[in-house]
Design a binder for this molecule. Structure first.
Ligand code: LLP
Length: 435
């Protein structure tokens, strides 16, 4: 389809309204060169659509912002673990942060050589998961307790593989984000308080199959005030100095993930955001001479995805208006779970008028909403909406509640679009059950 010159970007460089020269003058939302209306017509809704160009661009922006130091980007698989997206990220040269044996298997499936760029985080690694990671030969285990350290020492000795370890410290720094996704305070289950970390390092140093290699920290997610990162890394840098004077060979600092994105309002200037983040992380480490590991998830894939949904019905209860759409909390949990805000836009812009409405799914729960009291352009039944910034913690948090199949997913690259996950059928859902 031929298009007019001036796209109006919602999330550059991928999502923009463009005017088709043929097929109507109304601006329609595109992902790269593909009209979203066309994807919804071919693959149905709800439908997740991702932009490959945007993911690549964000990885490049990270590499550029941290170019002054040796570093490895370990994309946090939990944000979006689709195989096609993991392969795209592996091909862009990044490594991975995994939190389960399952995530590690996904990574190994897309790139048999990726293990040396994998860090393993999480408070509850099991012995079988440790064994899998040891045999694969991952880069680093982030250890979160004395018991876990012991379990890893035993497992490594049994399978006769060396494990490089970092202790994930809890710096007692507030991330100033939603309490459910804040991890860096002593009240949280994560990490080891800095004053107690020294004991774990001494224990580790005595174990023949453990090799002390780094210090790790992660204080939370969707952090927009970068001073929290600086505060955490000041403490980490102090610990690195102490550990080195005690004779430990600290090569790596793993700064975790957590960089926030703009869910509300105009598109962010990512280059600016990432350079402020890099300054906050690098300044405390400037004399540390370490190899930096970064575990971003949301900031790589979040704005690179939208969830397409169709309006099934319009409805009014007294004066309250509802748009009942075919996506629900089982497809996108963030609004229900965190009261998270996701911008919603009509895929074809026709109406000038707006109205205040709730956007809700068909699930039998009052908590099943995608937006509340939202001012939106007036749309009709059958119209298509795009829920923005759903590339991270969207599909991965999906469930089969109400026996709803998980949506199909499409990856767009330039003018090409391909299904990277089929829509789940009821048969798929019943496959593991027995009568
Ligand atoms: N590293 C560790 C150890 C983590 O726990 C996380 C996220 C990350 C890296 C990646 O953080 P990111 O760069 O994506 O902020 N479901 C929630 C977010 C949970 C984040 C959990 N940990 C949400 O939808 O907001």
């Amino acid at each position: 389809m031929k298009r007019t010159a001036k796209p109006e970007f919602l999330r550059p460089p991928a999502f923009a309204y463009q005017c088709a020269v043929r097929g109507g003058a109304q601006p329609a939302l595109f992902c790269e060169s593909v009209a979203l209306e066309r994807l919804a017509a071919s693959h149905g809704t709800p439908l997740y659509v991702y932009s490959a160009a945007m993911i690549r661009e964000r990885i490049r922006a990270f590499a550029h912002a941290f170019r002054s130091v040796p570093h490895t980007l370990c994309y946090s698989v939990k944000a979006n673990s689709s195989l096609a997206i993991l392969r795209l990220i592996a091909r862009a040269g990044a490594g991975f942060d995994v939190v389960s044996g399952g995530e590690l298997e996904r990574v190994l499936r897309v790139d048999g050589h990726a293990a040396k760029r994998v860090v393993f985080s999480g408070v509850g690694k099991t012995v079988p998961e440790m064994e899998l990671a040891l045999r694969a030969g991952i880069l680093l285990f982030n250890i979160e307790s004395a018991s876990e350290l012991e379990a890893l020492a035993e497992t490594a000795a049994r399978v006769k593989r060396q494990a490089a370890i970092a202790v994930r410290v809890n710096p007692d720094v507030s991330a100033k984000t939603h309490p459910y996704i804040s991890t860096g305070l002593h009240e949280h289950k994560f990490g080891v308080p800095i004053p107690e970390a020294g004991t774990l390092y001494s224990k580790a140093a005595k174990q023949p199959y453990l090799r002390v290699a780094g210090v790790s920290v992660h204080i939370g997610s969707q952090i927009t005030d970068v001073s929290s990162f600086a505060a955490a890394l000041e403490r980490v840098a102090g610990l690195v100095r102490t550990l080195r004077t005690e004779g430990h060979d600290i090569r790596y600092v793993d700064a975790g993930g957590g960089l926030g994105i703009s869910y509300e309002g105009a598109a962010e200037n990512f280059a600016q955001r990432i350079s402020a983040y890099a300054r906050a992380v690098l300044k405390p480490l400037r004399r540390s001479n370490v190899h930096l590991l970064l575990e971003p998830g949301r900031s790589i894939v979040g704005p690179a995805g939208v969830l397409l949904t169709r309006v099934i019905y319009r409805k009014t209860n007294n004066s309250r208006r509802f748009l009942i759409v075919d996506a629900a909390m089982n497809d996108l949990l963030r609004p229900s779970l965190y009261r998270a805000y996701h911008e919603i836009v009509p895929v074809t812009r026709s109406a000038e008028d707006t109205e205040t409405t709730d956007v809700v799914g068909p699930i039998c729960e009052t908590g099943d909403f995608l937006a509340r009291d939202r001012e939106l352009p007036v749309v009709r039944e059958g119209d298509l909406l795009a829920i923005l910034d759903t590339g991270a913690y969207g599909a991965v948090l999906g469930s089969n509640y109400n026996t709803r199949g998980k949506p199909a997913e499409v990856l767009v690259d330039g003018a090409k679009a391909r299904v990277i996950r089929d829509r789940e059928s009821v048969r798929d859902q019943m496959r593991l059950e027995r009568l």
